[in-house]
Design a protein around this ligand. Structure first.
Ligand SMILES: Cc1ncc(C[n+]2csc(CCOP(=O)(O)OP(=O)(O)O)c2C)c(N)n1
Ligand SMILES: [Mg+2]
Length: 796
C-alpha cells in the first residue's frame, strides 16, 4: 500500500490563509474607497461657504493602502505606537471606522470644523492617534525617540508591570527623507542603540512638486545601514517575481530596474497600451518577454507591471513578519508603490493634491460597487459578507484591548514638595542659571520628600549639559545608557568635575548638538504617561538662541500636548562677550506665542524656585502645559524678601507697589533688574507714587487678560485678570516703562490693558561682543536709557 502523501501546507491551513488574504483584499478595497470618498465628499458634496479649496490627498492615500492594511489588520499589536504619514490621514480615519473607533459624522466633516483632521492629531482626533503628524519628517523621527523613552521607562521600572513591550512604527512618505532632521535622528538613534523601531517608507517616488531622482534611494539605503539599521527593500510583488522567474523574465526585470522613475510614473498613468508599446519597442525581439506579455490584455499588462512590492498584501505581510521574527534591530522598509494606485491619476506627477472629478468619482463608484446613498456603509460593495468581515476584524491583534480603557495609558501624579530646596543665596551673587543648577542638584540628592520627585525627573541636553549647569545633577543621577559604560577619565583617576559613567539606571540622556533632537526627545518623553503608562518629568536645557534651531520640533511637541520643562540659558545680551549669534532677541516672543507652553523669565532665584516647583506640578495637570524657563548667567545680589508664589506664577508682582493714582510704573523682566532698580530709585525721588513691577511671564499675563475679557463678553462680568488687578491702583492715564533683555514687543501690549501709554525698552538689533555696561548702554537697557524713557513717558 502506498504511504499517504503529506501536503506541504496542510489543506486547512492553506484554505485559512487564502481566506485571510481574500478578506484583507476586501479591506484594502474598502479603505481605498472610504479615503477617496471622504476627500471627495469634503470637496464636492459638502456645501462650500468660502470658496476655498478644501483639499485632501487621494493619491497619497491610495499609495499606502496595502501597507496600512498589512500593518493594522495583521502585524500591529495594540501596544505598538504609530506615526502615520500626514497625507494618509483619511486612510487612518477609515481604518478606525472599521475597528469601530471612528464615527461617521467626523468623517463626513473631514477637514471641516469639529470633523476629522486633515492630518492625524492627538489632541483633535482623539486617543487612536499615537503621534500627531503634519510637518513632514518630525513624526518619523519622533518614533526613534519614543522607542528610546520606552527603553528608559522599562529599564527604570516605571512602566506598569503587566504592559507588554511594543514597537514604534513610522509610515513615512519618501519625500520625508529629504528633511535634515531625519538624519540627525538617525545618528542620535545609533548612539543610543535604539531598538524596536520600524520606518516603512511609501516609496512612490513622488513628492509634492515632482518625481524624485532615480539614484537617491541607493544612497539612502546605505545611510540607514551605516547607522546600524536593517534595510528591507520590497520592490516587486509576487506576480512580477513569478514573471521574472520565467524565460525572458530577467530581461523584463532589467528593463524595469533601469526604467527612470519619471518614465515609470508616466507609463503607469497612460496605462496598458502605452506599456505594451514601449516594452515591444525595447524588448520585442525577446521570445521570452513576448511569451510573458502577449497573452495579457492591456489592463492585465498594466496590472502586472505595476505589481510593486508595496501593493502586494501577501508579500508585505510575509516580509514584515519575517523582520518581526528576526530581531529587534531598527528596520527600514522601502516599499515600492505608485502614487494614486487604483485611481485615475495613478502615477501622474501632478497628482499630489489632485482630486477626482465628479465624473471620475462616478466611474470609480461603479467599479467599487457602491450604491448612491450607501457611500459610508462600511461593508457596501464587498464580496465578503458583513458578519464574516466583522468577525475577522475583531480577531486581528490590533483589535484587542490593551487595557480595559483602551490604548491610552495613564500614570499617577508624582508628588512635588510645597517648596523646593533653595541654596542659601543671601550674601552672594547668583544667576538664575546658577540657581537652577543648585536646586536641581539638591533635588538630585533625592532626600526625604524629594525622593519620588527625583526618581521621575529625566534630564537631557544637546551637548550643553555642563554649560547650562546640569553637571551637578548628572553627577548625582548618572547618564543613561542601555549598556553600562565606564567613565574612562574616572577609572584612570584623572581629575574632572564631571562623573559621566553610563548605566541603564542613569537619569540624564545626553544628546549631540542637534537641537531638533532635543525637542523630539522632550516631546516623546512628555507623552510617556499616555504612550508608556509612566510619568516622566522631562527637563531639557539648551542655549536660549538655539531654541530657534529646534523650533519646529518644539512647536510639534507642544502641538501634541507633550509635557516637559524647557530651560533655555544663557539668554539675551546679558551673556555679553559671546557675541551676537549667541544673544537671543526673539525668544520671549516665542514664549508668548507658542500654545501649550507657559514661558517664564525670573530675575532672582527665589522666583526661580517658585517657578521650578510650579513647572513640575503644572506639567502633570490634565489642563496643564509644558513650561519654559528663560534664564541668565548674569549673577545678581539676591534680595531677602517674602514673595507671594501665586503672583510670581501668574506672571508679575509689585516690588514697590504704586501709590493710588500713581503716574508711572516701571516694569522689568529678567536680568536687567539691577538697572531697573537703580533707575527706579532715582525716579521715585521725583515721582513718589511710582511703582516697580517685576514681570515673570508676559505670556501668562497676556493669556489671562485676554481670557478674562472673553469671559466678560460671555457674561462673567466680575472676571478680572491678574494684570488688570495689578495696574488698577495707577492713575488711568499713568505711563508704563518696560524693559527686558529681549524684544520690546513682549511688553508693548501692556498699554492696552487700561489704555495707558507704554515706552517699551528692549533689544531690536542683533547683539555683539562687549561687557554688560557697554551693551546695555548701546542697546538702551541701562539706567540712563530707562530714566530717559521715564521722562519721555511722563511728558507725553
Ligand atoms: C515640513 C514640511 N514642509 C512642507 C510640507 C508640504 N508638503 C506636504 S506633503 C509634501 C510632499 C510629501 O511627499 P511624500 O512624503 O513623498 O508623500 P506622498 O508622496 O506619500 O504623498 C510636502 C512638500 C509639509 N507638510 N511639511
Ligand atoms: Mg512620495
Amino acid at each position: 500500500m502506498d504511504a499517504p502523501v503529506t501536503p506541504l501546507v496542510p489543506a486547512a491551513a492553506a484554505t485559512e490563509a487564502a481566506r485571510k488574504f481574500a478578506l484583507l483584499r476586501q479591506i484594502e478595497r474598502k479603505l481605498l474607497w472610504l479615503s477617496a470618498w471622504m476627500i471627495h465628499n469634503a470637496n464636492h458634496i459638502r456645501p462650500n461657504r468660502d470658496g476655498l479649496k478644501v483639499g485632501g490627498h487621494q493619491a497619497s492615500c491610495a499609495s499606502v493602502i496595502s501597507i496600512m492594511t498589512a500593518l493594522y489588520f495583521d502585524l500591529l499589536r495594540p501596544q505598538d505606537r504609530v506615526a502615520v504619514k500626514p497625507h494618509a490621514g483619511p486612510v487612518f480615519h477609515a481604518i478606525n471606522a472599521l475597528f469601530g473607533r471612528q464615527r461617521r459624522p467626523p468623517m463626513e466633516t473631514f477637514r471641516g470644523f469639529g470633523g476629522a483632521q486633515a492630518y492625524p492629531s492627538r489632541t483633535k482626533d482623539g486617543p487612536e492617534v499615537d503621534f500627531s503628524t503634519g510637518s513632514v519628517g518630525l513624526g518619523v523621527a519622533m518614533t526613534s525617540f519614543s522607542s528610546l523613552v520606552a527603553d528608559y521607562v522599562r529599564l527604570h521600572g516605571l512602566a506598569p508591570e503587566a504592559l507588554p513591550g511594543g514597537r514604534t512604527v513610522a509610515i513615512a512618505g519618501d519625500a520625508e527623507l529629504d528633511e535634515g532632521n531625519i538624519y540627525e535622528a538617525l545618528l542620535e538613534g545609533w548612539k543610543h542603540d535604539i531598538r524596536n523601531v520600524w520606518w516603512i517608507i511609501d516609496y512612490n517616488r513622488q513628492s509634492l512638486d515632482s518625481v524624485v531622482p532615480d539614484r537617491l534611494f541607493g544612497r539612502i539605503e546605505g545611510l540607514f545601514r551605516d547607522m546600524g539599521w536593517n534595510v528591507v527593500t520590497m520592490k516587486y510583488g509576487r506576480r512580477l517575481q513569478a514573471a521574472f522567474a520565467r524565460e525572458g523574465g530577467e530581461e523584463l526585470r532589467r528593463w524595469i530596474d533601469d526604467c527612470p522613475n519619471s518614465l515609470f510614473s508616466a507609463l503607469t498613468f497612460q496605462g496598458g497600451a502605452a506599456w505594451r508599446q514601449v516594452l515591444l519597442a525595447d524588448l520585442g525581439r525577446s521570445r521570452g518577454v513576448r511569451a510573458i506579455i502577449d497573452p495579457l490584455t492591456d489592463d492585465e499588462l498594466a496590472e502586472l507591471i505595476t505589481n510593486l512590492g508595496g501593493h502586494d498584501i501577501e508579500y508585505l505581510i510575509e516580509t514584515l513578519r519575517a523582520a518581526h521574527a528576526a530581531s529587534d534591530q531598527p528596520t527600514c522598509f522601502i516599499a515600492y508603490t505608485i502614487k494614486g494606485m487604483g485611481l485615475p491619476f495613478a502615477g501622474h506627477k501632478d497628482n499630489h493634491s489632485g482630486l477626482m472629478t465628479k465624473e471620475q468619482m462616478e466611474t470609480f463608484r461603479a467599479t467599487m460597487g457602491i450604491r448612491p446613498g450607501h457611500e459610508w456603509d462600511l461593508f457596501e460593495g464587498l464580496d465578503a459578507g458583513e458578519a464574516e468581515l466583522r468577525e475577522f476584524i475583531a480577531s486581528v491583534p490590533f483589535a484587542t484591548q490593551l487595557t480595559p480603557s483602551g490604548r491610552v495609558l495613564a500614570a499617577p501624579l508624582v508628588a512635588v514638595p510645597e517648596t523646593l530646596p533653595v541654596a542659601r543665596a543671601t550674601g552672594r551673587k547668583l544667576s538664575t542659571q546658577g540657581g537652577f543648577g543648585e536646586i536641581l542638584a539638591e533635588i538630585g540628592r533625592g532626600q526625604g520628600a524629594l525622593k519620588e520627585l527625583a526618581s521621575h525627573i529625566v534630564t537631557t541636553s544637546p551637548d550643553v549639559t555642563v554649560s547650562t549647569s546640569l553637571g551637578p545633577w548628572v553627577n548625582r543621577r548618572g547618564v543613561f545608557d542601555r549598556h553600562t559604560r565606564n567613565d574612562v577619565f574616572r577609572d584612570a583617576k584623572l581629575a574632572s568635575a564631571q562623573r559621566w559613567g553610563m548605566t541603564p539606571e542613569g537619569q540624564h540622556i545626553e544628546l549631540g548638538i542637534a537641537e531638533q533632537n532635543l525637542f523630539l526627545l522632550l516631546g516623546a518623553a512628555g507623552l510617556a504617561p499616555a504612550l508608556h503608562g509612566a510619568r516622566l518629568l522631562p527637563v531639557g536645557t539648551v542655549y536660549d538662541p538655539f531654541v530657534n534651531r529646534g523650533l519646529d520640533a518644539l512647536i510639534y511637541a507642544c502641538y501634541q500636548d507633550a509635557r516637559f520643562l524647557l530651560v533655555s540659558t544663557p539668554s539675551g545680551l546679558s551673556l555679553a562677550p559671546e557675541g551676537g549669534q549667541h544673544q537671543s532677541i526673539n525668544t520671549p516672543l516665542l514664549g508668548i506665542s507658542t500654545d501649550r507652553l507657559v514661558s517664564y523669565e525670573p530675575a532672582y532665584v527665589d522666583e526661580l524656585a517658585i517657578l521650578l516647583r510650579h513647572a513640575f506640578v503644572h506639567m502633570q495637570q490634565p489642563d496643564g502645559a509644558a513650561v519654559w524657563l528663560r534664564l541668565s548667567t548674569r549673577a545678581l545680589a539676591q534680595p531677602v524678601r517674602r514673595l507671594e508664589a501665586a503672583s510670581v506664577i501668574d506672571g508679575a508682582h509689585w516690588v514697590v507697589p504704586p501709590a493710588p493714582g500713581g503716574r508711572i510704573a516701571l516694569a522689568y523682566q529678567g536680568p536687567v533688574a539691577p538697572e531697573a532698580e537703580a533707575a527706579f530709585a532715582v525716579l521715585r525721588e521725583e515721582e513718589l507714587g511710582a511703582g516697580l513691577l517685576a514681570i515673570t511671564s508676559p505670556g501668562r499675563l497676556q493669556a489671562e487678560w485676554r481670557g478674562a475679557a472673553r469671559a466678560r463678553r460671555g457674561g462673567a462680568h466680575n472676571r478680572v485678570s491678574h494684570i488688570e488687578r495689578l495696574l488698577a491702583p495707577l492713575a488711568p492715564d499713568a505711563a508704563l516703562v518696560t524693559v527686558l533683555d529681549g524684544h520690546p514687543a513682549a511688553h508693548a501690549w501692556l498699554g492696552a490693558v487700561r489704555g495707558q501709554r507704554v515706552v517699551p525698552l528692549g533689544v531690536d538689533h542683533f547683539g555683539q561682543s562687549g561687557d554688560i555696561p557697554d551693551l546695555y548702554r548701546e542697546y538702551g537697557l541701562d539706567e540712563e536709557a530707562i530714566l530717559d524713557a521715564c521722562a519721555e513717558a511722563l511728558l507725553a
